[in-house]
Design a protein around this ligand. Sequence first.
Ligand code: TXA
Ligand code: MG
Length: 359
Amino acid sequence: MTTQILPTDHPELLRKGVEEAVRLLLAGEVVGLPTETVYGLAADALNADAVAKIFSVKERPTFDPLIVHLPHKSELDTVADVPEDIAPAIKQLVDRFWPGPLTLILPKKPCVPDIVTAGLPTVAVRASANLVFNRVARKLERPLAAPSANRFGSISPTSAQAVMTELGGRIPLILDGGACMHGLESTIIKVRNVGETKPRFVILRPGPITPEDLKPFGRPFFPGKTKPYSSKSPDEPVEGDGIESPGQLESHYAPRTPLRVVDSPEEFTPEPGKTYALLSYRGEMDDGYMDLTDWKQIQVLSPGKGKLPEAAVRFFFALRELDKLGVDEIIAEPVPLHSGIGIAIMDRLRRASHPFRTP
Ligand code: TXA
Ligand code: MG
């Protein structure tokens, strides 16, 4: 199959691209589309056969459920039943964060095929803020199931070219919407009313909507923690926590090259005869470690003073670049956890550091 990339950076090109995507989606095909987080591989969420293609194209195990994207935020009740006890909280979250990078886990409506939810009674749902994605969803007038447009377990794509590298030859079309605004996948939460004054938000996957962002509306918890998240003593979800998201496998987002997070790169000692690349946060030369090793390449996530949102945007792109080099190991510097998006970056970095696929 030939994979076509269509640009969307002019109103007429956008119109043509959207038309072609909708035509393919109506015919039960899968299409690569930009979202504000990462590129998605979209299919008509209510067409089980089309959704099955997502799993085969991605080589994704069918126990890993997909996110359903609504054409409009007012359409939540077309795919989910919002329990009465959390309805006010859900309304507040939808009003505040949709369209945007927040995914809610809610009881599903029968119209959502089992293949979408991997047989679970719940559905993951969000509304994307990306213009191109939105145009397609609204023209189609149907919800779109869309996981990240990478092969299972691999690095999420944040550009049309990255989707091409991952899935070229397997899908008919990618709409090019440029680089993704956030660069990390949406925050996934489950809302619980446990009789406290404020509902609990269990953060199943940290992302661009941070615990601080969620705080005005409820009490954010990481799974397995007994205390709510506090920015005064920021913690990250620890390995082995009761992770409820079935797709939240420990090894994920993995480059082919082994990756190691070192607490202080100054103390890293290269093994003779081995080649290394460095994923640095601020990349400050006077920190010393930049010249300590003969790095084949250094990718700096946020040069200068270091800004976490910038690091998030560049993260998967930088990882993809370093993975092309064929070095023995990628050495990564941790990012600070003082803001919620730092937690999301560290979550991806930690998962990327597990040996997952054999080259
Ligand atoms: O930003 C995003 O969320 C991107 C863009 C394309 O929207 N999508 C994305 O999808 O990251 P994916 O499939 O790569 O990740 C979806 C995650 C998986 O970890 C899956 O297990 C979890 O959502 N999930 C889906 N349905 C769920 C459910 N009913 N309960 C718990 N977790 C669920
Ligand atoms: Mg993914």
